[in-house]
Ligand binder design. Structure first.
Ligand SMILES: [Zn+2]
Length: 231
């Protein structure tokens, strides 16, 4: 009897009938699935650190791998090729983390410091001193981060964030596109949950060391950050 029931359910799943369709929808709701496959975690030995961890645990706070991270770009104040290197940076971080991003288009939003949980991640350009942490004296050429929310049972997850890039540095003529893209990748590393490390071979070194590609520790940390809960 049990076997017969299982066979019936199996048939429903593969038969394109209205009932089968409903069943698939139900299955989908019960087990949300990843947008992109998980990235195998490399064990190359480079350092990485998480921006935030779950209370009482070493597990990182992450975005959900089961929905895309929505983002908008405000290109005002940026160089002409801003959209090109921003989308290339997003694609690199997505590939390394297994987290999907969805481009919600261009915005005129400049409120980097107040993101609500439903707001997309804001990527854009600011003048030095326009927001906290971006003074000329600080030497920062970019800022990036996300806001974590309690999603139940004390579990925290990122829902939105921002990347602010300094107009003057990004408009310097002798800065290459690869360098600009690397700074956006560093800030997006913060957005998805990576903290700084002290290693000039890693993009998450706090100094701009001239490295323009992800290091082994960056890749390991990003792969782990892409394996969070689906909530
Ligand atoms: Zn940083």
């Amino acid at each position: 009897m049990l076997m017969a029931l299982m066979l019936t359910l199996g048939a429903l799943l593969v038969t394109p009938t209205a009932i089968g369709q409903q069943f698939r929808v139900l299955v989908h709701f019960r087990q949300p699935s990843r947008v992109l496959p998980a990235v195998p975690v490399p064990d190359a030995g480079g350092p990485y650190a998480f921006e935030q961890t779950q209370p009482g645990s070493k597990d990182p706070v992450t975005y959900s791998p089961c929905k895309p991270i929505e983002y908008v770009v405000n290109p005002t104040g940026g160089p002409r090729d801003a959209l090109t290197f921003i989308s290339a940076a997003v694609a690199t971080i997505s590939r390394a983390s297994g987290l999907a991003f969805h481009d919600d288009g261009i915005t005129d939003d400049t409120d980097f410091e107040h993101r609500n949980a439903d707001d997309p991640v804001l990527i854009g350009f600011v003048k030095p001193g326009a927001i906290k942490g971006m003074s000329v004296e600080s030497g920062h050429i970019g800022l990036g981060g996300s806001t974590a929310y309690d999603v139940g049972f004390g579990h925290r997850m990122y829902r939105t964030g921002m990347v602010a890039l300094r107009t003057d540095w990004f408009s310097t003529p002798d800065v290459s596109r690869a360098e600009k893209q690397a700074v956006v990748m560093h800030e997006l590393g913060h957005v998805v949950g990576l903290d700084h490390v002290k290693d000039p071979h890693e993009l998450m070194d706090a100094e701009n060391t001239g490295v323009t590609t992800l290091g082994p520790g960056d890749r390991e940390g990003l792969a782990l950050l892409g394996r969070g809960s689906c909530r």
